[in-house]
Design a protein around this ligand. Structure first.
Ligand code: GAL
Length: 345
């Protein structure tokens, strides 16, 4: 195991954790984000985390690529929420009228410490967010820890503590592409999700507030399914967002089994995801022609897939989705593990 660091542009730093099997996880203190995930597959080394070569690529456009999202991931309708009977507002997007990924963690530069032992390397990003920032109550101390071990597992762990009741629902916005190429779609990847229900969306991408059964819909991924079978299905929910951009409620009766499995087209690389969180938002980068130039290629429509573990967006309004309230006497903890399995078919 080794950890190195290098400049990543505009005063930011890229931390590189390499395990004994030559898998390398690279994370940046700007946005506490994953930048690169290099995995040796046969003779090639694939970078399966979509992103940019320097921080300037992130600063030039939308910044969610690989970033830590918080305080609240997903959309908050009208930017409005109520805690203990008091109404609060977080800034909204003027076009949509809603807040998306409220709290701007993706633009913060975090403090960093690293740790290394024989079997695991980790980078701990921390920040303190003042009471009232972006309209959220509570001084909030946040820790985001990225780790890579010799079992080819990379994990993201969140810890937080507030001094007033607030909302907290972080996630990680990694964009996987198991070809390692932004110009190749993920439509031939296979996806399996242990979820009986998903959350349908309104035309403005905010959740309706219901949990719909996946049975007999393109959202049924119990049996591994090639993504294009869902992405090209005739279904209003798929047509509405040009792909997947939906929360799935994870079925957790067997905690030893991963909740999500993503497999490369020829089966030479697999990502198995396990999480303490109750939901995962799956977004298939439905950017049409608007994808950026990335690593010298045009990022294609459906050029990646996110597995954003969290409480389902809308939880501040819909009790059945779970709770994202965090209280002063209740430290926050969540962990998601992505296990990389190379060469098994
Ligand atoms: C996702 C969100 C999408 C899109 C994306 C960022 O988490 O669900 O609708 O906004 O972030 O491009």
């Amino acid at each position: 195991m080794e950890i190195k660091q290098r400049a990543f542009g505009s005063g930011t730093t890229l931390y590189s954790i390499k395990n004994d099997r030559d898998v390398t996880l690279e994370v940046c203190n700007h946005g506490a984000r994953i930048v690169n995930l290099f995995v040796p597959v046969g003779e090639e080394i694939r970078n399966i985390s979509m992103g940019f070569d320097t921080i300037e690529g992130y600063l030039a456009g939308e910044t969610y690529w690989g970033a830590t999202i918080g305080r609240v991931a997903g959309r908050i309708s009208n930017g409005k929420f109520v805690i203990d009977g008091k109404e609060y507002h977080t800034p909204i997007d003027e076009v949509t009228g809603h807040a998306l990924h409220a709290g701007n963690f993706d633009k913060k530069v975090f403090d960093t410490t690293t740790q290394l032992n024989d079997t695991e390397g980790s980078v701990l990003f921390t920040t303190s967010v003042p009471d009232g920032e972006d309209g959220f109550p509570g001084n909030l101390h946040v820790e985001v820890e990225y780790a890579l071990n010799n079992d080819n597992e990379w994990s993201v762990t969140y810890r937080a503590q507030t001094d007033k009741p607030t909302l907290f629902n972080p996630t990680n916005h990694v964009y996987f592409n198991l070809h390692g190429k932004p110009s190749q779609t993920i439509e031939e990847h296979t996806l399996q999700i242990s979820a009986d229900y998903y959350a349908p969306l309104k035309a403005d991408n905010t959740p309706i507030g219901t949990k719909e059964s996946v049975a007999d819909t393109p959202f049924d991924f119990h049996t591994p399914k090639v993504l294009k079978d869902a992405l090209h299905a005739q279904h209003l929910q798929i047509d509405g967002v040009k792909g997947l951009d939906h929360p799935f409620f994870l079925e957790k009766s067997n905690p030893l089994l991963p909740s999500v499995c993503l497999i490369s087209p020829n089966g030479d690389l697999k990502v198995e995801m396990s999480t303490t969180e109750p939901s995962v938002v799956i977004f298939t980068a439905n950017f049409n022609e608007d994808g950026p130039i990335m690593r010298g290629e045009k990022f294609i429509h459906h050029g990646a897939i996110t597995l954003e573990t969290q409480v389902a967006p809308g939880a501040e309004q819909f009790d059945s989705f779970g709770s994202i309230e965090l209280r002063a006497d209740q430290p926050y903890y969540s962990k998601t593990i992505y296990k990389l399995i190379v060469g098994e078919k």
